[in-house]
Design a binder for this molecule. Structure first.
Ligand code: TMP
Length: 206
């Protein structure tokens, strides 16, 4: 049996990370792993309440946004992520701290040193073992997100905002090439899933 791993999925709006969540869970379970699927912001009763505030209507300042996602993360780590990993379950999380660097750092242009400070305080060294970054041109992702319907506070931001988010994600991947694997999400689903399976296999073998 492998050591329990922490896997996160990241990407801009409409890049298909949520669609592929079930596929990844199934791959892991086929390899005999117990899997906890969760998401951020959210994942706990308190975190889900924070998510509603975070994505709801209203003028939320960039710093408030940052504090909200890290408040939810602190609860999530304590109540779900750390206990799951300690029990030997793999954790599959739809977004984590890379999203704070991409959206609050890149999109809202909050100073990255503030994000780093909170990351150190809240995570106490915990980092994902593997991050799959779904990447697609912003227009492609936004069109998909629109077709899906509904639009939250982030989805209604302009293209420039989402371009900055994408660039920040790509920069994070460049800075963390061992952990963050980029998937070209513009390709057909079977090709995307073949790439995902390849990265998961490397995790089983390591
Ligand atoms: P989604 O997970 O359904 O895509 O929605 C979550 C939204 O929250 C998405 O627009 C990205 C945003 N977000 C941040 O801005 N910062 C964060 O740290 C996280 C986890 C999410």
């Amino acid at each position: 049996m492998n050591k329990a791993r922490f896997i996160t999925l990241e990407g801009g709006e409409g890049t298909g990370k949520t669609t592929n969540l079930a596929f990844i869970k199934e791959c892991l379970e086929r390899h005999g792993q117990r899997v906890i699927v969760t998401r951020e912001p959210g994942g706990t009763p308190v975190g889900e309440k924070i998510r509603a505030i975070f994505l709801g209507e209203g003028d939320v300042s960039p710093e408030s946004e940052l504090l909200l996602v890290f408040a939810a993360r602190a609860q999530h780590l304590r109540d779900i992520i750390e206990p799951a990993l300690a029990s030997g379950a793999w954790v599959l999380c739809d977004r984590f701290t890379d999203a704070s660097y991409a959206y609050q750092g890149g999109g809202r242009q909050v100073d990255n040193t503030l994000i780093l400070l909170l990351e150190e305080m809240v995570q106490k060294g915990r980092k994902p073992d593997l991050t799959i970054l779904f990447d697609a041109p912003v227009e492609v992702g936004m069109a998909r997100a629109k077709r899906r319907g509904g639009s939250d506070r982030m989805e209604t931001e302009d293209l420039k905002f989402h371009e900055r988010v994408r660039m920040a994600y790509l920069q994070l991947a460049e800075q963390n090439p061992m952990r963050i694997k980029i998937i070209n999400a513009s390709r057909p689903l079977d090709e995307v899933q073949a790439s995902i399976a390849y990265y998961l296999t490397s995790l089983f073998e390591s």
